[in-house]
Design a protein around this ligand. Structure first.
Ligand SMILES: [Zn+2]
Length: 419
């Protein structure tokens, strides 16, 4: 039988529990961190399920990206996460297909661990629902493995600390005043003025986080002991920008087709975005020095792509020599990119029918503004497969690096037999 005293203590504990803003075991969603984006539709505490919508502002690009933190998890329990993509809109008010926001497998990270993928979710119209056992008190869920400005800064700083040939630098400040981290791998030697230059960049479209992971795989390979990496460093300076559209990555916006146009429609006489302006200036300078040989722009494509592929030069910008060099590069990449993701044989192009601002796409600008021997190309790495995670993406990046090195065994600036 309870005494009055124990009843009173029980009542006090109950009142304290009622008053605490987040009760133990009570699921809560937050997005107040770089890259965070989600609008909570419903949290079912009894069913342990969370429903959100991507919260990006269409003015800042397609709102396909979502990323949130869950606290109040009882370690070992299974959560159900549903993303409602039924209300996705473009800046002009038109509907955006929910598929852009609904990967078959969501990205998931428990406390202090790497990004993993959930099991395939269950699609119901414009919604998708995933279940995941969580073995810690908190977890993060996202459209894909996040890679935010701090990750870019940490990566360039770490590589420059660990490798004497690597120098981290700031490409520019964004319109909002954020720093755009970059690095260059360059061996100091006597013929610096003749060294080839390679430029690799990612995230002109902020939501395409996979591009940054491919880029990380590439640059970590580039400073490695792989004989092909050593050979590449001996003759080429390697420039690398992990995130071009820093502002939209930081704010959790999509970037793609933002108003008035996105980074990859900005390579014009009057670029609006500072990162594009800075990249164009450097590339032009390296080309004037006859050093630029390769420009690679890293992206994620549409939901239905299941293999990585290159967007190649449209016929309008091709010449026999340009095409032959591009074909030679793709041929070695095809040999390298076999597993786990095999390079697609199909090579679409971004000509006048693709977009009215097709000339302002970065690869097309490179193809039209630099010397004929420069290969400017876009690599789209699929995000909707069981290998579209950091490990798979970084493998593609390493394979890209090996392809670049093999292609550059012969200096493309010298005339070569193109038959
Ligand atoms: Zn893109």
């Amino acid at each position: 039988m309870q005494t009055a005293g124990t009843r009173l203590i029980g009542l006090i504990l109950f009142l304290v529990w009622l008053a605490s803003p987040v009760r133990a075991g009570e699921l809560a969603v937050s997005t107040d961190f770089p890259g965070g984006s989600a609008e909570v539709v419903e949290i079912d505490q009894r069913g342990r399920s969370i429903t959100v919508r991507p919260a990006g502002d269409p003015q800042f690009g397609w709102p396909c990206w979502w990323y949130f933190k869950v606290t109040g998890v009882k370690p070992g329990e299974t959560l159900t996460v549903t993303v409602d993509g039924s209300q996705l809109k473009q800046a002009n008010g038109q509907k955006l297909s929910a598929s852009w926001a609904l990967p078959e497998r969501a990205a998931f990270r428990a406390d202090g661990t790497n990004w993993l993928q959930t099991s395939p979710g269950t699609r119901d119209g414009d919604r998708c629902c995933w279940t995941q056992q969580v073995d810690s008190g908190q977890a993060w869920f996202a459209w894909g493995p996040a890679f935010v400005p701090a990750d870019a800064q940490t990566l360039v700083d770490q590589l420059s600390r660990e490798h004497e040939d690597v120098t981290a630098f700031e490409l520019c400040k964004t319109r909002a005043g954020r720093s755009v981290p970059a690095l260059v791998v360059s061996q100091t030697d006597a013929n610096a003025e003749d060294r080839m230059v390679i430029w690799v960049q990612a995230r002109q479209h902020a939501w395409e986080s996979g591009g940054s992971w491919v880029g990380r795989g590439f640059i970590e390979w580039a400073v490695s002991d792989d004989p092909l990496a050593v050979a590449l460093r001996e003759k080429a300076d390697i420039y690398y920008v992990p995130i071009m559209d820093i502002d939209n990555v930081a704010t959790g916006n999509g970037g793609k087709n933002q108003v008035p146009h996105d980074h990859n429609r900005d390579w014009s006489e009057t670029p609006r975005w500072n990162a594009v302006q800075a990249a164009m200036k450097s590339l032009k300078q390296f080309d004037d020095q006859n050093r630029l040989v390769m420009f690679v722009d890293l992206h994620n494509p549409g939901a239905n792509s299941k293999q990585p592929f290159f967007y190649i030069a449209p016929p309008e910008l091709n010449t026999n020599r340009r095409k032959a060099l591009q074909d030679a590069f793709i041929a070695v990449c095809r040999e390298e990119m076999q597993k786990p993701l095999r390079l697609d044989r199909s090579t679409p192009s971004t000509g006048p029918k693709y977009d009215k601002r097709w000339k302002e796409i970065s690869s097309n600008w490179v193809r039209s503004a630099t010397r004929e021997h420069v290969v400017g190309i876009t690599l789209e790495t699929c995000w909707n497969t069981p290998h579209s995670n950091p490990r798979g993406y970084m493998t593609v990046g390493r394979q890209l690096g090996r392809g670049i090195s093999r292609y550059l065994k012969q200096d493309p600036r010298e005339p070569r037999d193109l038959n």
